[in-house]
Design a protein around this ligand. Structure first.
Ligand code: ADE
Ligand code: ZN
Length: 330
């Protein structure tokens, strides 16, 4: 079996996936029509042309524009169901997905509509093809902490459906420190915490995520190599870093895949794995991320196995389930 086949056939866990980032242009247009929502793109070609980003900020502008077509519970269900079918196609057997409630509640969509649509689709996927999943609610870091407290209040009503909380959106200028009281309250309410840090922002933000937000994982974290002490800390405690190769190229964190630091991170024994982030916007789902980064960095089969095993080790599955999946690679 060649490496590409090995990647496609292996069971995988995805740990960094924004459900709003799986909105394909075709679904965007059909939902715009169904809901009578005006969007600033003429056609699908026009949308694809706009997906030429210069950094995180330029992407987020278009990403929030696209999300405006999501109005009814059925829309959130359809969006999530389409991603669940991708999981089936790609042999993703476990997924931990982010959603951004403030993107929707600030447009007058109720929190219940959003969470119920996502949750029902994931339940159907569990029943029909045994896809396991967790839902992580992200706070938008460009907004203030008070707005975060309001959505946390609403999340408490759905504690049975929401496993953890995270932090996303514009990183630079919005350090984890800004949300330390909010994350303290989330922890008091038994939510697991994660945060985007070190995507574009400095190692300092990764330290803050660890020390102030008490995160179990850091999303992206590719800037860590600038700080040897941080690398030592991450390696010693095997803190997972949810790396997203195609995203990093699309948002110009690295110029080309060949310049990506994933192989260096693997060699430093950091707990890294591969994810797709916002696949509809960044040109590929999980398998494409694996296949392209393998080719660019000439990763060995052992490297690929490590990345696959790390995806399960770093997940929030229980120990028994983790062992079951990991044993398939021995
Ligand atoms: N929201 C969706 N994708 C994101 C990313 N890569 N970084 C920060 N916020 C995001
Ligand atoms: Zn992300």
């Amino acid at each position: 079996m060649n490496l590409e086949e090995f990647i496609k056939k292996s069971p995988k866990a995805e740990l960094h996936l924004h459900i709003e980032g799986t909105l394909e242009p075709e679904l965007m247009f059909s939902l715009a029509k169904r809901n009578n929502v005006e969007i600033s793109f003429k056609n699908i070609e026009d949308v694809k042309k706009a997906y030429n980003f210069s950094n995180l900020e330029s992407f987020l502008k278009i990403y929030y524009e696209g999300a405006k077509v999501l109005i009814e519970e059925q829309d959130f269900f359809d969006l999530t169901w389409a991603y669940a079918l991708k999981c089936k196609e790609e042999n993703i057997v476990h997924t931990e997905i982010f959603f951004d409630p403030q993107t929707h509640t600030d447009r007058g969509i109720s929190f219940d509509i959003v969470i119920n649509g996502i949750y029902k689709a994931l339940q159907k996927a569990q029943k029909e093809f045994n896809l396991s999943s967790k839902i992580i609610m992200c706070f938008l870091r460009h907004l203030d902490e008070d707005s975060g407290f309001k959505v946390l209040e609403q999340a408490l009503v759905h504690k049975d459906k929401i496993f953890g909380v995270g932090l996303d959106s514009s990183e630079k200028g919005n350090p984890p420190n800004k949300f330390k009281r909010l994350f303290k309250k989330a922890l008091e309410n038994n939510f697991v915490t994660v945060a985007h840090a070190g995507e574009e922002g400095p190692p300092k933000y990764m330290w803050e995520a660890l020390n102030l937000l008490k995160v179990k994982r850091i999303d992206h974290g590719v800037q860590c190599l600038k700080d040897a002490k941080l690398v030592e800390e991450l390696s010693k405690n095997q803190i997972p870093l949810t790396v997203c190769p195609l995203s990093n190229i699309k948002l110009r964190v690295f110029n080309k895949l060949k310049d990506h630091n994933l192989k260096t991170m693997l060699d430093k024994k950091l707990m890294v794995m591969i994810n797709s982030d916002d696949p509809a916007y960044f040109g590929g789902y999980l398998n494409k991320n694996f296949i392209e980064i393998q080719a660019a960095l000439n990763l060995s089969k052992e490297d690929i196995k490590t990345l696959l095993v790390n995806s399960f080790k770093s997940s929030f599955l229980n120990e028994k389930k983790k062992i079951e999946w990991i044993s398939k690679f021995n």
